[in-house]
Design a protein around this ligand. Structure first.
Ligand SMILES: [Zn+2]
Length: 136
C-alpha cells in the first residue's frame, strides 16, 4: 500500500507538503486523519493537494462533491507533486457558502520531467463541510 508507506515517512512535526509553513500534524495531516475539518475552502484545497502528495485517495474522494465525484480514482504513481502556489482565493471563508481557489501545483515524473497543473477550483459546502466541486 503506497499510502501507508508515504504517511509512515511523514511525521506530525514535519513541514506540511502544502507549503503553509505549518507542521503536517497541525495542518493537512489533521484534516487527512479526520481529527479536524477544513475551516476554509483554501484549507480543503491544500489538504487535497497534500492527499495527492501522500497518495490518500480516500480523502480525495471524501472531500469531493457527490455530484461530481468519480466512482473511483487511481493516482498516477509516476507524478510527484513538490510545490503548491496559491495565487488567490474568493469566498471560501467561515461565513461563505461557496469559494474559489486559484493555484498551480508543480510536479515531476520519475523520468525527471517537470510540469505544472494550474486550476481555478470551485468549492461548496455539504452538511457544513467544504467539498471540491470542479475546476473552472
Ligand atoms: Zn498543509
Amino acid at each position: 500500500m503506497e499510502t501507508a508507506e508515504v504517511t509512515d515517512i511523514l511525521r506530525g512535526a514535519d513541514r506540511c507538503p502544502c507549503g503553509s509553513g505549518d507542521t503536517y500534524g497541525s495542518c493537512c495531516g489533521a484534516i487527512l486523519d479526520g481529527s479536524k475539518r477544513a475551516p476554509t475552502a483554501e484549507a480543503l484545497m491544500r489538504s487535497r493537494y497534500t492527499a495527492f502528495c501522500v497518495g490518500d485517495v480516500d480523502h480525495l474522494l471524501a472531500s469531493w462533491h457527490p455530484d461530481t465525484r468519480p466512482a473511483e480514482l487511481t493516482l498516477d504513481a509516476d507524478t510527484r507533486f513538490f510545490l503548491l502556489v496559491v495565487h488567490g482565493t474568493s469566498g471560501g471563508g467561515p461565513f461563505d457558502a461557496t469559494g474559489r481557489v486559484h493555484f498551480t501545483a508543480h510536479y515531476r515524473t520519475s523520468a525527471g520531467k517537470r510540469g505544472t497543473q494550474e486550476e481555478d477550483s470551485a468549492f461548496t459546502r455539504v452538511g457544513g463541510r467544504w467539498v471540491y466541486v470542479d475546476a473552472l
